[in-house]
Design a protein around this ligand. Sequence first.
Ligand code: PMP
Length: 363
Amino acid sequence: MSTTYNFCAGPAMLPQAVMKKAQGELLDWNGLGTSVMEISHRSKEFIALTDQAETDLRELMSIPENYHVLFMHGGGRGQFSAVVNNFLGENGKALYLVSGSWSRSAVDEAIKLTSDAQIDTLDLLVNDNGISAVSIPELAGKATDYRYLHYCPNETVDGIEIVEEINCPWPIVADMSSNIMSREIDVSKFGLIYAGAQKNIGPSGLSIVIVRDDMLKMPSLPQSSIMDYRLAVKHGSMYNTPPTFAWYLAAEVFKWLKVSGGVAAMAKTNAKKAELLYDFIDGSDFYNNTVSAQNRSLMNVIFYLENEDNNADFLAEASRAGLVALKGHRSVGGMRASIYNAMPIEGVEKLVEFMKGFADKYQ
Ligand code: PMP
């Protein structure tokens, strides 16, 4: 059987070892004679699974004790509204940094649920000096009554990663849907971190929320109970029936991450994978990437063919070579190779080799 490398931005490829394990125990999990999908979320076996998942995630991300870890419904976008409804109350204001497509979508949702007056935005322009050089220090000069600052450290569509630390007087809320656990971060710098699962965690639908306990004292808006952080904390993320199979797979991904050396080991390999690809793109006059070096995403590598007439052939030939889902997001065109934790370096090597061959043939 030939190997397929799946570069989809999400739902993305999951570690093969995890998929094989899940396959092996699909019909009989934990010796129960039934699948994990078919048991009560309140059974002692499932609670043991969720306890272990939380312990493993806390260890992987060094999550301090004063943070809650929640497993919620609704993916990334679910959190766009949950953050607003949980923290803004009637009059609260928030500052949203806009660096690309997903951070803009978060703003749209926030305004829809509140009003223009409650949401301030600040465009982060990525230039050759990176982001920090111009805009981030200026944040400290803004009004001080924001309940939180929201930003998206990895713009999945635009291939932009904000590696600069954001220094500001307000709690930071970060959408880490596409770069959670791809590199080490200091969780204590954040008021809340959220991530849709379908890139570095597990199947879609699930989202992970890591929230500092003092954040939960902010006034909230009336909202759906299943997206209420306080209820989620109180009920151990089981106010209603959670997406149990996704939770199980996430737990398996955490175990896999631990035996693979944890986030530090992932970060090393991720840096190598991205370097391989960006170095090749930069050295070629057939492909290009215009994001400034400092803010190039390690997870989503965007590239364009100089001659866009070759796009369809590129995608078709790549697919025949077992390199699938390389088409860029419809809003930006071009190509995108998403190389999350589960993508082995061999996949990137094979992609570079293919890109070389394609350029030689069509140059
Ligand atoms: N934020 C980011 C950074 C994303 O990449 C995505 C999905 N690609 C979302 C939010 C939305 O996630 P979902 O589709 O799970 O709502």
